[in-house]
Each structure stands twice: as structure tokens, then as C-alpha cells.
Design a protein around this ligand. Structure first.
Ligand SMILES: [Zn+2]
Ligand SMILES: [Zn+2]
Length: 253
């Protein structure tokens, strides 16, 4: 730290743009919805696609409409093996095999073979690790369904992306709180509360508050009722998202 010339390297990102390119929630006209989640993350040293949705053709079509070139992607992070997050991978690899895929070690051999078949690079994920400066994976969490979440360190605080949050979105936030210092500016993605009782949702919201989560953008498998609870609790800090929506640091007041 200090003004020794190394400090610039350690500085959190002062720019970040997250665009949802695959989601079951609509948002921007002309873009197609389908069950699943995928977000294009720009601002760090590498351009990252977090998850690939369920449908590769739809993913690429949406990206084209958003003028996002699949060839610009350097890294693909797959949160977990379910088809609504990893289903678009083959389509994406066909469009751009020159990516590095952050793959939980728990993924089945078929996916590893697919990735290697396209000649893509693989970074096996077990423990928490850095993807590039200011961008990290939580490492593989959860017992039954293994899943990783992604963390981006920004000048506005930590930005967290979840796929389905099968290990529990509250637990993921707790784990990140343990791994990284600093405020949590945003938790975005699938919160997996579709079938959760309202008491559980209230408890999770209370936990978010306690951990200082400033803004929320629940989508995909978060559940309509849970989304409403978050909207009520967070007011202006609830960010309504769906396919095509872009969130930048300016949105994280
Ligand atoms: Zn899932
Ligand atoms: Zn899902």
C-alpha cells in the first residue's frame, strides 16, 4: 500500500459493467428469454462470461443484439453443472474456443471432454482463487450441489454474482464476508428462493442487512415472492434486472 507505484495495481476497479445476456426474466425489448442465467462482465483485465444459460443459440443471438462479440470473451466461469447455466457452453465454444474456463473440479468428465475437444483452456476450481486482479471465485461451495460464485472488487465495494445459489445465498454471502474485506455493494443473480417460506426469505434479508449488503438484483431462480420481499426491503437499492439489463457502478449508490 502507499504511494510507491505498486498501489495502482492493488486499487479496486473503478469501472464495471455487467450485462445480463441470458435470463428467464424479460427486460430489454427484442431480446429472448429462456430459463437460465448468463452475464457478461467487463471492467477487469479480462472479459468474463459468468455462466452460459441453457441455450447457446439464444445466448449468441442475444449477445449479437447487444453488440457483444463472443470473440471478446477471455474467461468463462461456470457456477455449477445444471443445464440452465452450463447448457450454452458448447454454442459459446463453437463461437469462441480461445477462452479459459473456470470449472469446478466436480464437473463430470463429459464437460471436461467437451472443453478439451474445443481446445479451450481450463482452470480447475476447488479452493477460492483469483481469476484476474480484483476478480475472484469463492471456490466450490456446498455439499450436495457444488457451486462457485464470483466476486469483483470495485471502488464501490464488492460485487457478487451467483448462478443458482444452491449452497444458500445467505451462506454464500457469509463465506465471501469471511474471504474478503470491504463492503458488499451488490449481490446479483439467482437466489434460489422459489420455494422458500417467507420466514426463510425474511431471515436471509435480515442476514444481508447484517452483512451490509447495499444493493440486490435477484433474478433467474430467485422466485417471484422472494423478489417482492427484497424489493420491499431494499427500495431504491433493489435493482430490477432481466435479459439485456446492464448494471454499472453508477447504479450502486
Ligand atoms: Zn441449479
Ligand atoms: Zn439455475
Amino acid at each position: 500500500m502507499g504511494h510507491d507505484g505498486h498501489s495502482a495495481k492493488n486499487r479496486p476497479l473503478d469501472e464495471l459493467t455487467i450485462t445480463i445476456v441470458h435470463d428467464n426474466y424479460p427486460c430489454v425489448e427484442l431480446l429472448k428469454t429462456a430459463w437460465g442465467f448468463s452475464a457478461y462482465v467487463v471492467g477487469g483485465e479480462r472479459r468474463i462470461l459468468f455462466d452460459t444459460g441453457s441455450d447457446g443459440a439464444l445466448l449468441l443471438e442475444n449477445m449479437a443484439k447487444l453488440q457483444i462479440d463472443p470473440a471478446s470473451i477471455d474467461v468463462v466461469v461456470l457456477s455449477h453443472v445444471h443445464g440452465d447455466h452450463a447448457g450454452g457452453l458448447a454454442g459459446l465454444l463453437k463461437a469462441n474456443p480461445r477462452v479459459c474456463i473456470y470449472l469446478p473440479a466436480s464437473f463430470p468428465a463429459g464437460v471436461w471432454d467437451l472443453v478439451r475437444g474445443y481446445g479451450a483452456a481450463v482452470a480447475e476450481v476447488g479452493e477460492p482463487q483469483q481469476i484476474c486482479p480484483n476478480v475472484y471465485t469463492t471456490g466450490v461451495l456446498g455439499r450436495r450441489i457444488k457451486e462457485q460464485a464470483m466476486i469483483v472488487r470495485t471502488g464501490r465495494g464488492l460485487v457478487i454474482l451467483t448462478g443458482c445459489a444452491h449452497p444458500g445465498v445467505g451462506k454464500i454471502v457469509n463465506e465471501i464476508r469471511r474471504q474478503h474485506p470491504g463492503d458488499i455493494a451488490l449481490v446479483m443473480g439467482g437466489f434460489h428462493l422459489e420455494w422458500a417460506m417467507s420466514r426463510k426469505v425474511r431471515k436471509i434479508i435480515a442476514g444481508f442487512r447484517e452483512r451490509g449488503v447495499r444493493c440486490v438484483a435477484p433474478t433467474h431462480c430467485s422466485g417471484e415472492k422472494a423478489r417482492e420481499r427484497f424489493r420491499e426491503a431494499y427500495g431504491q437499492q433493489f435493482i430490477e434486472v432481466g435479459v439485456g439489463k446492464t448494471v454499472t457502478l453508477a447504479d450502486l449508490a
